[in-house]
Design a protein around this ligand. Structure first.
Ligand code: HSE
Length: 435
């Protein structure tokens, strides 16, 4: 059996998972790759007590791995977009195929990296960059190749889903759950990437590019995280029959492409509402197949390693093939990708959940509903909840029918100007997806 030499750069949570899984499952992995996959070198600044690398050469300079003439595939698992970018470019320069789990790198520099790789007949594979262990890149690029994609929506950050699930089911504190997600190795090195939606934005760009055949670009993407979500909104959502999830949504229409990441109310009976903990799920609606849902672990050592190794197997199996015989990084020749206008969030149509504090006296609600009616916004449900005893204000929660965000913003501005309304209005978008 011929052998393919792999150099792993980075021995953190995912690196250790890749090393251990390659060792543990070498028999089926080699059979599937039709060659012996050998980890020749590991480049890491420090050892990882979670894996036994006694029989493998560990070197401190990852660039030595990228330049090693014996290495066929460089596996980039260091993260970030600076050193990782230089590492990937060095590896390509030295004729190595690259496997990476780095969504930020692909979202921000993918076009350049793929162009360099294509010009050299090399592969840059990135299955682990989106939705951890779920083979969503292959599904979109190859499994659904016959379809025009209408929309996709997904829970694509495990950390935020873990936090929201714990807040919802156990009433736990945001900070406390975040610390646990970090300890479990789910969160990014800088967890603001998770909770502010940046990580999900990187992943959404990759999915949208594959779905709609457009170049990778973060421009125009709307991002909102979960840091402003209040436990009372999670509870009110439940009262109305909804669950709050942090979704990445990409939708193609005649006006362009919607690209948005934000907390979203989804009906509690919808499939995506049942996706809890660190799990991810991506729902894809396409013209031929209809609606499909891909579900599984979205982060963590071995689930992510599972996707990294799938790429290593893919590259290894066809390492001697002509470059043209391989599936291109974004599913087609880069010259066939077409930029699409990205829609302004103001022009997007959806339903809304609104919460605000209003004076508890006759006529207040009718002033509010009049403003909504004047803005052509129809109300689906309204509830009023008492503040603690002694307060003259009540919490008002409104669920609207589908409307343009621009109209909602206008209504919000008017309502906030009413003397009977205190503070600002909190609103969350609502999506019905598979309903
Ligand atoms: N921080 C990421 C998440 C890791 O929580 O989903 C997987 O990309």
């Amino acid at each position: 059996m011929r052998s393919v030499q792999v150099g792993i750069c980075g021995l953190g949570t995912v690196g250790a998972g890749v090393f251990n899984l390659l060792t543990r499952n070498s028999q089926p992995i080699n059979a599937r790759a039709n060659c012996a996959i050998n980890v020749l070198q590991v480049g890491a600044r420090r050892d990882n007590p979670n894996c036994d690398t006694a029989d493998t050469e560990i070197i401190r300079d990852i660039f030595d791995v990228a330049k090693n003439p014996q290495v066929d595939i460089v596996v980039e698992l260091i993260g970030g977009t600076t050193v990782a970018y230089d590492l990937v470019m060095t590896a390509l320069d030295h004729g190595k195929h690259v496997v990476t789990a780095n969504k930020a790198l692909i979202a921000e520099h993918g076009m350049e990296i793929f162009a360099v790789a294509a010009s050299k007949g090399l592969v840059v594979a990135y299955e682990a960059a989106v939705a951890g262990g779920i083979p969503i890149i292959k599904a979109l690029r190859e499994g659904l190749a016959a379809n025009r994609i209408n929309w996709l929506a997904g829970i694509i950050n495990g950390t935020t889903n873990f936090i929201l699930s714990e807040m919802d089911s156990k009433g736990r504190d945001f900070e406390d759950v975040l610390v646990e997600a970090q300890q479990k190795g789910y969160a990014e090195a800088d967890p603001t990437f998770d909770v502010e939606g940046i990580d999900a934005a990187h992943k959404l760009v990759i999915l949208a590019s594959l779905a709609f055949g457009m170049p990778l670009s973060l421009e125009g993407l709307f991002t909102d995280g979960i840091t402003n979500l209040e436990p009372q909104d999670v509870a009110y959502a439940r009262e109305l029959g909804y669950v709050v999830k942090h979704l990445g949504i990409a939708r193609s229409s005649d006006q362009g492409v919607e690209l948005r990441v934000h907390p979203t109310l989804v009906p509690e009976k919808s499939l995506i509402a049942a996706v809890n903990d660190v799990s991810n799920a991506v729902m894809i609606d396409a013209d031929a197949v209809g609606t499909t849902l891909f579900y599984g672990p979205g982060a963590g050592s071995e689930p992510t390693a599972s996707a990294v190794i799938a790429d290593i197997v893919d590259v290894a199996r066809t390492i001697d093939a002509e470059a043209d015989a391989r599936v291109p990084a974004l599913g087609c020749d880069l010259s066939l990708l077409q930029p699409r206008p990205i829609m302004d969030i103001e022009d997007i149509e959806t339903s809304f959940y609104m919460r605000f504090s209003a004076l508890d006296k006759p006529g207040v609600l009718s002033d509010i509903t009049k403003i909504m009616a004047d803005s052509s916004i129809s109300i689906e449900a309204i509830i009023q909840r008492e503040h603690p005893v002694g307060e003259d204000y009540v919490n008002v929660i409104i669920l609207t029918n589908v409307t343009k965000e621009k109209l909602l913003d206008g209504a919000v501005e008017h309502i906030e100007q009413l003397e009977t309304v205190r503070g600002s209005i909190h609103f969350i978008r609502v999506e019905h997806l598979d309903q």
